[in-house]
Write a protein that binds this ligand. Structure first.
Ligand code: ATP
Ligand code: MG
Length: 451
C-alpha cells in the first residue's frame, strides 16, 4: 500500500512551527552581529530543512489519524492507519479505535434489545387491524389472521361484513373520535367480538388511519347466555308443577270440595308434583355444591366395585318395574381418588337413565375394568339410542332429547350435568356412544389413585 502524500501546505506549516525556535536564535545572533548575514541565511535554510525532515512523518501521521477519525465518524468503520511510530499519533489512533469499537458494541446491543414494531404487532394476542382512509387494510396481526382470510390490501368490508363496524370506522375517519361496537362472525367458527376503533396517527400529514382492536367476548357472551337460560329453565321447571298444584288446590277448595274420590286422586297427583319440585330443588342444590368444589380433587379413596354393587341393589326395584335385567361385572379394581357419595350419584343417574330410556324388558350391562392406570366403567342399554346431534348437548343443564318423555318419567334434565361436573372434579372423562335403534353406552373413565 502506498502512503498518502502529506499535503505540501500542511508540511510547510508544520516545518515552520518546528523551525521557529532555531530561526529565533539565528535572528537574535544576527541582531547582535554575532553572525554574518550570509551565514545566518544558510543556517536559517538549514534549520527549515531539518524541521521539514523531522516534521514530515509527524504531519503524515496526523493526516492519517485525521482521515481515520473522519472515516469512522462517517461510515462507522475505517481501515487502520499506517503510522510512522510517533507515539502520540499511535495513541490517538488507538483511542479512536476504542471509541469506534465501543460505539459499535453499544449500537449492536441497542439493536439486539430493541423489539421491532412489526414483530410486537404480530405477537400481541389481541386481534388488531389497521385501515387507511380508503377503508383498505394496511396491516393486520397474526391474531386477526386467525379469524379472517382477508389480507393486506383488501377492503375491510371483505374481512368483516358488519354494517355497524364499517359505519363506526367511517365516523372515526371523519371526526377522529373513538368509537366501539360489537359484532358476530360466523366463519370459520362463530365468534362475538367487541371492537374499539381509534384514530391512529402515523406522523405523516394527510395520512389518516384507523386502528381496530378486537376483544373476543365469545366465551363471556356464551356464559351470560347460559346463565340467562339457566334461570329461565329453572323457573319454568318449578312453575309447571307449582301451577298444577295451585290448580288442584283450587279445585279441591271449589268444585270438588265434597268429592272424596276426586280428593284421593288429586292428592296423589299433588304428591307427584310436590315430589318433582323437591327433586328439582335437590338437584339444583347438588349441582351448585359440586360446582363449588369442582377444582379440588377429593382426598379420599373410593371403591368403585362396592359403589356399583350398592347402586345396582338400590335400583333393582325400579328395574323390575320395567322388567329390565341389571348385569354387573366388576373385576378386582384398583382404588380411585374419589368421593364415595358423589361417585354413587354418578352411577345412580347413569343406571337410572339406562333403566328409564332403555328398552322395557331389556338388559342394562354395567362393566368396570382397569387398564393403563385408569378405571373404565360403562353402562350400556338396549334402548332407542340418541340421535348424534343431541349427544354433545346432553350434559347441558335441563337438556333433554324428548322433554315430555323425560318429564313423564320424573326426570329434571339435570342428572347428566351433575355427572359431568363430578367426573370433571375427579379429573376423569365422560364418553357417550349411541347407535339409533340399538342402544347407548355411557362410559366414565377415572384415573387410578396414586398411593
Ligand atoms: N341411556 C339413555 N338413552 C337415551 N337417552 C338418554 C339416556 N340417558 C340420557 N338420555 C337423554 O338425555 C337427557 C338428559 O339426561 P339427564 O340424566 O341429564 O336428565 P333426566 O334423566 O331427564 O333427568 P334426571 O336425571 O335429572 O332425573 C334425558 O332426558 C334423555 O333424553
Ligand atoms: Mg337422569
Amino acid at each position: 500500500m502506498t502512503r498518502p502524500r502529506t499535503p505540501v501546505k500542511r508540511l510547510a506549516a508544520t516545518a515552520l512551527i518546528f523551525a521557529l525556535p532555531g530561526l529565533a536564535v539565528i535572528a537574535a545572533l544576527l541582531f547582535l552581529h554575532a553572525i554574518a548575514p550570509l551565514l545566518a541565511l544558510g543556517a536559517a535554510v538549514g534549520c527549515v530543512l531539518i524541521a521539514a525532515i523531522v516534521a514530515s512523518p509527524i504531519a503524515r501521521d496526523l493526516a492519517q489519524a485525521a482521515r481515520y477519525g473522519d472515516e469512522l465518524a462517517h461510515r462507522g468503520k475505517a481501515e487502520a492507519p499506517e503510522l510512522s511510530g510517533w507515539a502520540p499519533a499511535a495513541e490517538l489512533a488507538a483511542v479512536m479505535r476504542r471509541i469506534q469499537r465501543e460505539t459499535t458494541e453499544r449500537e449492536q446491543k441497542r439493536k439486539d434489545d430493541a423489539v421491532p414494531g412489526s414483530r410486537l404487532f404480530d405477537a400481541l394476542p389481541q386481534p388488531l387491524i389497521v385501515i387507511d382512509d380508503g377503508r383498505r387494510i394496511v396491516a393486520l396481526n397474526e391474531a386477526a389472521r386467525q379469524f379472517t382470510a382477508a389480507a393486506v390490501g383488501s377492503s375491510l368490508s371483505a374481512a368483516i361484513r358488519d354494517p355497524e363496524l364499517l359505519e363506526a370506522c367511517e365516523g372515526v375517519l371523519k371526526d377522529g373520535e373513538h368509537r366501539a361496537t360489537g359484532f358476530n362472525i360466523t366463519a370459520p367458527v362463530e365468534h362475538y367480538f367487541w371492537a374499539e376503533i381509534v384514530p391512529f396517527a402515523t406522523g405523516k400529514p394527510g395520512d389518516a388511519r384507523v386502528l381496530i382492536a378486537l376483544y373476543d367476548l365469545t366465551e363471556r357472551q356464551r356464559a351470560e347466555q347460559m346463565r340467562a337460560d339457566f334461570v329461565a329453565n329453572a323457573s319454568h321447571e318449578l312453575r309447571t308443577p307449582l301451577a298444577s298444584l295451585i290448580g288442584f288446590i283450587e279445585t279441591l277448595q271449589g268444585p270438588a270440595k265434597d268429592d272424596a274420590t276426586a280428593r284421593e286422586e288429586f292428592l296423589a297427583l299433588m304428591h307427584d308434583q310436590a315430589t318433582r319440585m323437591s327433586h328439582l330443588v335437590r338437584d339444583l342444590l347438588s349441582l351448585s355444591a359440586i360446582e363449588l368444589h369442582e377444582h379440588t380433587l377429593p382426598n379420599t379413596v373410593a371403591d368403585i366395585a362396592g359403589i356399583l354393587e350398592r347402586v345396582v341393589s338400590t335400583l333393582k326395584g325400579a328395574a323390575a318395574k320395567r322388567e329390565v335385567t341389571l348385569e354387573l361385572s366388576a373385576a378386582s379394581l384398583p382404588p380411585v381418588a374419589g368421593d364415595d357419595e358423589q361417585l354413587t350419584q354418578v352411577f345412580q343417574n347413569l343406571i337410572d337413565n339406562a333403566i328409564k330410556y332403555g328398552r322395557g324388558g331389556g338388559r342394562v350391562r354395567i362393566a368396570a375394568t382397569a387398564e393403563r392406570g385408569e378405571v373404565r366403567i360403562s353402562v350400556s342399554d338396549e334402548g332407542e339410542g340418541i340421535p348424534a346431534r343431541h349427544i354433545p348437548r346432553l350434559t347441558e343443564r335441563f337438556y333433554r332429547v324428548d322433554a315430555a318423555r323425560s318429564r313423564a318419567v320424573g326426570g329434571t334434565g339435570l342428572g347428566l350435568a351433575i355427572v359431568k361436573h363430578i367426573v370433571s372434579r375427579h379429573r376423569g372423562r365422560l364418553e357417550i356412544e349411541s347407535v339409533e335403534g340399538k342402544g347407548s353406552t355411557f362410559r366414565v373413565i377415572l384415573p387410578v389413585a396414586k398411593i
